[in-house]
Design a protein around this ligand. Sequence first.
Ligand SMILES: NC(=O)c1ccc[n+]([C@@H]2O[C@H](COP(=O)([O-])OP(=O)(O)OC[C@H]3O[C@@H](n4cnc5c(N)ncnc54)[C@H](OP(=O)(O)O)[C@@H]3O)[C@@H](O)[C@H]2O)c1
Length: 346
Amino acid sequence: MATQTMNRQFRLKRRPAGKIRAEDFDFVESPVPAIGPGEVLFSVLYLSMEPIYRLWLTDTDHDLPPVAIGDVVRGVGLARVVASNNDNWKVGDLGSGMFGWQDYAVPPPPALARVARFPANLPVPLRSLMGVCGSTGFCAYFGLLDIGKPKENETVLVSAAAGAVGSVAGQIAKIKGARVVGIAGGPEKCRVLREEFGFDAAIDYKRTDWREQLAAATPNGIDVNFENVGGEIMNAVLERMNKGGRVVLCGLISSYNDGARESGHLQALGNLLPVFTRRLTMQGFVFTDYAPRFGEAAKQLATWVSEGKIKDRDTVVVGLENAVDALNQQFDGGNIGKLVVEISAP
Ligand SMILES: NC(=O)c1ccc[n+]([C@@H]2O[C@H](COP(=O)([O-])OP(=O)(O)OC[C@H]3O[C@@H](n4cnc5c(N)ncnc54)[C@H](OP(=O)(O)O)[C@@H]3O)[C@@H](O)[C@H]2O)c1
């Protein structure tokens, strides 16, 4: 049974302009829902923070339809079953799915069918199921290996490298024998890239000489660009790419707060001339495209973590009520590794 009687929810009040603000949402409380036939009640333990949430709050379709005004804000979480009228789910089961920004969720049948179940007693901390051993890791794994296809001694460049996806993508590239260069904001993140995540070089894009740093760190050019940022950073990286290089278009975080597709996205995808002159292959992807292969990735990633080949770091914000600030942290660079909001401590 649910241990609380009330369910707190963030509901979208208006479309945000720029960074999200508390006034863009109604933070409401209602009784924890009772379950009907076939339904399952989940208590959300962790809410995964993902930059794409900001795009889902616009009125444009970004892989998924916009969150409607008045609806619970969409979000991926890790949750435990606290009541069940469904033979497939029993109390205590753990699942990851679109539970939304709330304490408790009763997913409708299509969403329930997509909740991924985790075995009990996994040898990794629960939070890792949102990070390296969950969607973040899957994104890095398939984007880098299936699209980037790094070869030994090639140079792989990762932007937003100290964040969730970037830190894992860079570490996988190291495992594959590449020379790995990361771009991140500030000296501490650059230190973490080199000393904890094992990158060969780190570029602090907050320094005015970042272009010179980029040139110095990539003397043989760049073969694979794992692109998380877009804009000026992507343009500078594309200009240093070798002929036949691969660009893994994972995300364009520099544009998400800009709002309108017309201004934001064009800005983020500035100068594509090198794609043509350097014969680059540029491919976008959404990690859910690889859902049938998640098992393969989970097994491999967990093995690399247990062997110490991938370091698993996260930043935890405690309390659902702090979710707005948490999402903004990703745009301010406040996190190292995976950012999660702890809703109900296990
Ligand atoms: N394709 C997919 O399926 C998929 C799935 C998940 C995520 N993604 C994408 O992957 C990227 C990273 O996501 P994540 O969840 O791993 O987030 P994250 O990297 O943990 O957090 C975002 C980081 O981006 C950096 N950043 C923010 N604004 C920036 C800007 N204007 N210029 C340069 N750097 C900026 C910040 O670090 P600094 O301190 O270094 O600035 C921040 O910590 C995003 O673009 C996201 O949309 C794609």
